[in-house]
Design a protein around this ligand. Structure first.
Ligand code: DON
Length: 580
């Protein structure tokens, strides 16, 4: 079995903080935003029955245990998320939110669940503005209770298990409770994240004591226990998600938020619901690329980018061609222009979902790419819409954290879930042994521009627009690719490019995730430092782009379904694919 062998090697690499396992955990010693040698090397993990790809070896191992014992992808996801919240606390957890895409092996149905955080009823469009109505500085808004939305992740775990689980609920807690009670080894990435954020983590007593015991940041290799998290897990195992929304843990959350400048109330928590939304699918090269609709911009913006590229032969151009990246980069810019104007929580503002993905609209937008140089100006289009289009462009900022989980089980179910607490360590405020999100800073800080309202402004009970793009690609209704990534708004180009890498360029999933990144959202081209992509920097400049060479810290976790299963984990992070 591939699982046990690979896991042992990787855990050893993590514990010794030595050279990373060449294939699946190549960046176990990389700093938080670092690049990894050999990022383009390695083969996918291959299996027959099931596959899990997640961001930390202990999380993947928990999922593999559940899958190996006959659990479903939903069961495994619960075990994985509970462990991630402990061992990758900078990225996701019970204080955050997530989007889940589910392909049902029995019925062939695709379901998307929205467990996005929600603004408190006391929040107003001025939440992130000063007395003069000017936007706060980003980190002034992030750190402390003001940015905390009602967490969705606990209810999502319960809901996914209720809908699709087979395993005994309490059995899904074994790994997380064990690691919380007995301790786990702090990974290099977690240690680097703590060190990078030491000042803000030090602002709140319980967060400081946990991450900087005695005032010293935890180091890679330290053994860390979390008895408070273990207690929350036991309550969750015994009573389901209720304690997080109406019970003791809800009280702890409200106290932590209101004690640090926020306005969350018990009523906000009690009102929270996971929402089933219609999946958003876009055709590409004979496949259907499906994912999460509003309040996420993920599936719409990935679908728009790909849709505009349909008329261009990217396969013939290949990944080393500057022409391919001109097309991809400008398609992405056009999609981001629409995103900034039209996409927000569709329960609050009408979103032209059909119009944005209409064939004729994307053909017209795609025709704008027909030139030879960078587009000099990119503006939002006018998709077909039965509402007035009086929205101003938004001004939201997103910075790194977040985690993606891809799972296929032995029953033919597939799960793609991106999970987040938004910024690294969220609001830096802890309750019940876990960190609370700062997801509300995904709203536009400005509510209006020149008197015109912004679709993604803060409103009570609204969910902030996301870029998370958990994706399942279907061929004739059956799943062939499960993928997603962290990366803030760069998630959209990371996911679109990975779909292109597999479908147009024929790369296997490990080569596709390792392929150097080139990202364009608003005009400037980001090129991944230390990779072969740097050779495209000058040619892109010659086409008229402003180019920045920098770290591009994706965490793409991908499974391809063909004759068997192939799993690929992003070498830029600590993830691991396990299969059997
Ligand atoms: O929902 C979103 O789009 C963001 N809060 C995700 C943040 C993120 O991916 C940061 N990742 N590295």
């Amino acid at each position: 079995m591939i699982a046990a062998k690979t896991l042992r090697a990787t855990l050893m690499a993590l514990c010794l903080a030595g050279a990373g396992n060449a294939q699946q955990a190549a960046d176990t010693v990389a700093p938080e935003t670092g690049k990894v040698e050999g990022a383009t090397s390695g083969n996918p993990v291959i299996s027959e029955n099931w596959m899990i790809v997640a961001a930390h070896p202990l999380a993947s191992a928990a999922g593999a245990r559940v899958l190996g014992e006959g659990g479903t992808a939903a069961d495994a996801m619960v075990a994985v998320q509970l462990v991630l919240g402990l061992v990758e606390p900078q990225s996701s957890g019970l204080g955050g939110g997530a989007f889940l895409v589910w392909y049902d092996g029995e019925t062939g149905a695709l379901t998307t669940l929205d467990a996005r955080e929600t603004a408190p009823l006391a929040a107003t469009p001025r939440l992130f503005q000063d007395a003069a109505g000017e936007p706060l500085k980003f980190f002034d808004a992030v750190v402390g209770g003001r940015s905390v939305g009602v967490p969705g992740t606990p209810m999502l775990l319960e809901e996914a298990h209720r809908r699709w689980g087979r395993a005994n609920w309490t059995s899904l807690f074994t790994d997380a409770v064990h690691h919380a009670d007995e301790g786990f080894v702090v990974s290099p990435r977690m240690a680097a994240s703590i060190s990078d954020n030491a000042e803000t983590l030090g602002r709140f007593a319980n967060t400081r004591e946990y991450f900087l015991p005695g005032g010293v940041p935890l180091q890679a290799g330290d053994l860390l226990r979390n008895p408070e998290y273990a207690a929350s897990l036991r309550a969750f195992a015994n009573d389901g998600a209720a304690p997080f929304y109406t019970g003791e843990i809800a009280g702890q959350i409200v106290q932590a938020v209101t004690g640090t400048g926020g306005v969350l109330s018990p009523v906000d928590l009690a009102l929270y619901r996971v929402k089933e939304r219609p999946a958003v699918c876009a055709p590409y090269r004979g496949y259907d690329v499906c994912g999460m609709g509003p309040p996420s911009s993920g599936a719409l913006s990935v679908g728009q980018t790909l849709g505009m590229l349909q008329g261009y032969d990217l396969g013939a151009l290949g990944p080393s061609s500057v022409e391919a990246w001109r097309l991809i980069g400008d398609a992405s810019r056009l999609a981001f222009a629409d995103r900034g104007r039209y996409i927000a929580d569709s329960d609050f503002v009408p979103v032209p979902v059909q119009g944005l993905l209409a064939d004729s609209y994307l053909a017209d937008r795609g025709a704008l790419l027909a030139g030879d140089e960078a587009l000099s100006k990119v503006t939002p289009g006018a998709p077909k819409f039965d509402h007035a289009l009086l929205w101003a462009d938004d001004a939201a900022i997103e910075l790194p954290s977040t985690s993606h989980i891809s799972i296929v089980d032995r029953y033919g179910n597939a799960l793609s879930m991106t999970t987040t607490i938004e910024n690294a360590f969220g609001a830096r405020v802890m309750a019940g042994g876990f960190l609370l999100n700062n997801e509300l800073t995904d709203f536009s800080f400005r509510s209006h521009s020149a008197g015109v309202p912004i679709a993604n402004r803060v409103e009570p009970g609204k969910r902030p627009r996301s870029s998370m793009a958990p994706t399942i690609v279907l061929k004739d209704g059956a799943p062939v690719l499960i993928l997603g990534s962290p990366g803030g708004s760069r998630i959209i180009p990371y996911v679109a490019k990975t779909v292109i890498a597999v479908l147009d360029w024929g790369l296997d999933v490990q080569a596709a995730v390792a392929l150097p990144h080139l990202v364009n959202r608003w005009g400037g081209y980001d090129v991944e430092v230390g990779t072969s992509a740097e050779t495209l920097a000058e040619p892109l400049r010659a086409l008229g782009y402003d180019v920045t060479v920098r770290d591009l810290n994706s965490g793409l976790h991908v499974i391809a379904i063909g004759d068997g299963l192939q799993g690929g984990a992003d070498p830029r992070r600590e993830g691991l694919a396990l299969g059997d």
